[in-house]
Design a protein around this ligand. Structure first.
Ligand SMILES: Nc1nc2c(ncn2[C@@H]2O[C@H](COP(=O)(O)OP(=O)(O)O)[C@@H](O)[C@H]2O)c(=O)[nH]1
Ligand SMILES: [Mg+2]
Ligand SMILES: [Zn+2]
Length: 302
C-alpha cells in the first residue's frame, strides 16, 4: 500500500481531517495504534503520511518532522505571521505592535505587517501617520497597507499567502476576518465577532483549524499570540528580539550592553542619529523596565 502525503487541518472526535498535498482532497483519518501507545498525536499543521483502503477513512502512518510549533493555539509548520493592524478605528499603539513582533521574533517566524482600513486615512495628517509607520517598520519587515472595503493591495497580500501556512495576529477589531473574507470570499468568516474562534461544545477541547485558500495555502482560524503579555520573558534577552539592535550592538563598549544605561552604547548613538527609530527604542526601554519590575516581584505588569 503506498503512502500518501497530506496536512492535518482539523481534529474532531479523535479523527483528523487530512488534506492531500497533491490532490487537495480532504479525508478523515484515524491514528495508527502505535501513536496512542507512544502518546504521540499530530497537531494541526502537521505533515503526515497516510494510507487508504476501501473505507472512507484513512490511517495516519507517520508524522513528519516539524519545522516549528506555535502554542495556544497549537499549530505546526507555520511559514509566516500576518500581523494585522490599523492606524485609525482603532488606532493601535506601536507598543502593542512591538510586543507582537517580539513574540514572533522569539519564535523565529517571518512577519508581514498588514495595515488595514487605509480608506479611513484621508487627511494629509492621517497619510503622514501611515508614512511614519512605514518608516519605523519597513527596514525590518514587509509592510502592506490594505483595505478590506476597497480591496486596495489585496492582490499583493495574496501573493504572500499563496501556498504558505500562515497565522494571523492582531487586536480585535482591526479587520482580520474582513480581510480573509476579501482574500477568499468562500471562507465566510463572521465580521465583528470578538472571539475569532470557532465555537465548539463547551466540554470539548477547542483546537485551532486550518482553512484552505482556493488559490492555495492555509490560514489558521484562530489568531496567534492572543495573550499580549510577554510571558516568561527574560528582560536581559529582550534586545535579541529587536533585529535592528544586533548590527549596532556589536559596537557597544560592553559586550553584554543592555542599551539602557551603559556608557558608549552604539545602539543609543544610533537612536540619536536616527538610524534606529526612537519609537522602537522607547518601547524597548518600557518593556525592559516592565519585565525587570515584574521579575523582581514588584509592581505587576498590566
Ligand atoms: N472602514 C473600514 N472598516 C473596516 C475595514 N475592514 C474591516 N472593517 C470593519 O472593522 C470592524 C471589525 O472587523 P473584523 O473583520 O471583525 O475584525 P477582527 O476582529 O480583526 O476580525 C467591522 O465593523 C468591519 O466592518 C476596512 O478596510 N475599512
Ligand atoms: Mg474576527
Ligand atoms: Zn548598547
Amino acid at each position: 500500500m503506498s503512502w500518501k502525503k497530506g496536512i492535518v487541518t482539523r481534529f474532531h472526535s479523535n479523527m483528523a481531517d487530512v488534506i492531500d498535498t497533491e490532490t487537495k482532497e480532504k479525508l478523515s483519518c484515524v491514528l495508527r495504534g502505535k501513536f496512542k501507545m507512544q502518546k504521540i498525536r499530530p497537531i494541526v499543521g502537521d505533515f503526515v503520511e497516510y494510507t487508504t483502503d476501501e473505507s472512507d477513512t484513512g490511517k495516519i502512518e507517520n508524522i513528519l518532522e516539524r519545522k516549528n510549533i506555535l502554542y495556544r493555539p497549537s499549530i505546526a509548520n507555520i511559514d509566516q505571521i500576518i500581523l494585522v493592524t490599523t492606524l485609525k478605528s482603532p488606532c493601535v499603539d506601536n507598543l502593542i505592535i512591538d510586543k507582537f513582533l517580539i513574540q514572533a521574533e522569539k519564535e523565529n517566524m517571518d512577519v508581514i505587517i498588514v495595515v488595514n482600513k487605509t480608506d479611513l486615512l484621508v487627511t494629509q495628517e492621517e497619510k503622514l501617520i501611515l508614512e511614519n509607520f512605514r518608516a519605523i517598520y519597513e527596514d525590518m519587515y514587509t509592510v502592506i497597507p490594505v483595505c478590506s472595503k476597497t480591496g486596495e493591495n489585496i492582490d499583493k497580500l495574496k501573493i504572500f499567502l499563496k501556498d504558505k501556512i500562515s497565522t494571523m495576529a492582531g487586536m480585535s477589531g482591526v479587520g482580520k476576518s474582513s480581510l480573509l473574507n476579501f482574500v477568499n470570499p468562500g471562507l465566510k468568516l463572521k465580521v465583528g465577532d470578538i472571539s475569532d474562534r470557532l465555537q465548539r461544545g463547551k466540554h470539548t477541547t477547542t483546537y485551532s483549524e486550518l482553512m484552505q485558500f482556493d488559490f492555495g495555502g492555509f490560514i489558521a482560524d484562530t489568531p496567534g499570540f492572543a495573550n499580549m503579555e510577554l510571558i516568561n520573558f527574560n528582560a536581559d534577552k529582550l534586545k535579541n528580539f529587536f533585529p535592528e539592535f544586533s548590527y549596532f550592538g556589536a559596537y557597544c563598549a560592553f559586550s553584554d550592553c543592555s542599551h539602557i544605561h551603559e556608557p558608549n552604547c552604539a545602539v543609543k548613538d544610533a537612536v540619536e542619529n536616527d538610524e534606529i527609530s526612537l519609537s522602537r527604542y522607547n518601547n524597548y526601554k518600557k518593556i525592559y523596565s516592565d519585565l525587570k519590575t515584574r521579575n523582581s516581584g514588584g509592581k505587576k505588569y498590566d
